[in-house]
Design a protein around this ligand. Structure first.
Ligand code: SAH
Length: 249
């Protein structure tokens, strides 16, 4: 397995592949003012194994096009949707958010949790805007600086991982520049990182390592995840996941 395949293998058994929670998704639904009775077309960009797609399908009268680059994650989502009797509401698709091939003005909502960093916040916002119907809603979570002054080690780490990491005010300015009116912003609480994401991930390490005969590449991946987790625990005052909710003008 190459590094990407190993990464997919490590994460595919987990409920989510980034920080978030059922209650945070529900809060974003409320703040976006999504009507639970009208039928909605939603695109979930970088859906992973489908934590948010499934939440949306459970509580909204919606059809969700759930897009991810990983065939394995999409397979898991297909199975999870079938198990919950939600297959008719979710269309899982393997594809890239860079060029999803979606029709213009086709969606009431574009949703994306912990995935826009793959193409960068500004590019995602700019390129997804035309896919929304007029007055459509964008709900997107992205890594955000929570403080103005940061320790140099932390800056170095994140500038290597995601050079576009920025403050909420800069993100909101981008939304305004790209034809949106910002409606709400909140920061994911700590349990969305630790209880919902990092702790289940840590629990999956022993099985992952034994599945791969404790080889060096698998161990290196676990070590990198542990570094990321340690970084979060040390510096969580300085960064978090911001959830941005905006209406297309
Ligand atoms: N939204 C999910 C997954 C977040 S992890 C959750 O919150 O659990 C980021 C996801 O982006 C991964 O599933 C990864 O496979 C996907 N991804 C990475 N690059 C992508 C691309 N270019 N197009 C679509 N999905 C991509």
């Amino acid at each position: 397995m190459d590094d990407f395949e190993l990464l997919i293998d490590l994460h595919s058994n987990n409920e989510r592949q980034g920080p978030g929670s059922e209650s945070a998704t529900q809060m974003a639904i409320e703040l976006a003012g999504l009507d639970r009775s009208t039928s909605l077309e939603i695109a979930d960009m970088g859906c992973g194994t489908g934590a948010s797609s499934l939440s949306l399908a459970r509580c909204l009268n919606a059809h969700i096009t759930a897009l991810d680059l990983s065939v394995e994650f999409i397979d898991v989502l297909r199975k999870r949707a079938a198990k919950e009797g939600l297959s008719a509401k979710i269309s899982p698709i393997v594809g890239s958010m860079e060029n999803p091939g979606f029709a213009q003005q086709a969606y009431d909502v574009i949703w994306s949790e912990g995935a826009i960093y793959n193409i960068g916040f500004e590019r995602g916002v700019r390129e997804w805007m035309p896919l929304l119907k007029p007055s459509g809603m964008l709900v997107v979570s992205d890594i955000t600086w929570l403080s103005n002054a940061r320790p140099p080690d932390l800056e170095d780490y994140w500038l290597k991982e995601y050079a576009e990491i920025d403050s909420a005010s800069s993100r909101i300015r981008i939304l305004e520049k790209c034809g949106f009116t910002p409606v709400a912003y909140f920061v994911l609480p700590e349990y969305c990182w630790l209880d919902a994401y990092y702790h289940p991930l840590i629990e999956s390490f022993p099985e992952f390592l034994s599945r791969h005969g404790n080889n060096d590449k698998a161990q290196a991946l676990v070590d990198a995840e542990l570094r990321e987790i340690a970084m979060y625990k040390t510096f969580k005052r300085h960064y978090g996941y911001g959830v941005y909710i905006a209406r297309k003008l």
